[in-house]
Design a protein around this ligand. Sequence first.
Ligand SMILES: Nc1nc2c(ncn2[C@@H]2O[C@H](COP(=O)(O)OP(=O)(O)OP(=O)(O)O)[C@@H](O)[C@H]2O)c(=O)[nH]1
Ligand SMILES: [Mg+2]
Length: 109
Amino acid sequence: MGPIWPSYFTDCSSVIFMVDSANIIQISSSCIQLLSVLSAEPLHKASVLVLFNKRDLPCTMSLVEMKSLFRMDDIIACASQPITTLELSARSGQGLQEVLSWLDSAVGE
Ligand SMILES: Nc1nc2c(ncn2[C@@H]2O[C@H](COP(=O)(O)OP(=O)(O)OP(=O)(O)O)[C@@H](O)[C@H]2O)c(=O)[nH]1
Ligand SMILES: [Mg+2]
């Protein structure tokens, strides 16, 4: 669906970018998609949450490993937006409270 995302960027004040952290094959393309979202002009001031989902599944990398593959520190340092990273299991609900707190503060701004 990536090619049609830009049609939703106008008037968008916050972005949740969900990464399937159980799908190692998709990590590099996921990183490229994230960079393209971050460089989109209408989103240059949006609050961004990068969410590593499916943390309940076995054989997933640690958050530290995922972030290092994404070069997340470099991305955060270069991006114009404030970026938060969190891990989540949408299935078990682990991490959901932190996501809701982020939404609360992002939407409240
Ligand atoms: N175990 C687990 N499953 C999840 C979680 N979140 C979503 N799913 C499941 O993932 C499936 C959806 O696949 P996703 O890969 O998230 O969706 P997608 O990327 O649009 O679909 P694909 O193109 O098939 O990868 C559904 O069966 C969900 O129940 C999670 O945190 N843990
Ligand atoms: Mg998927």
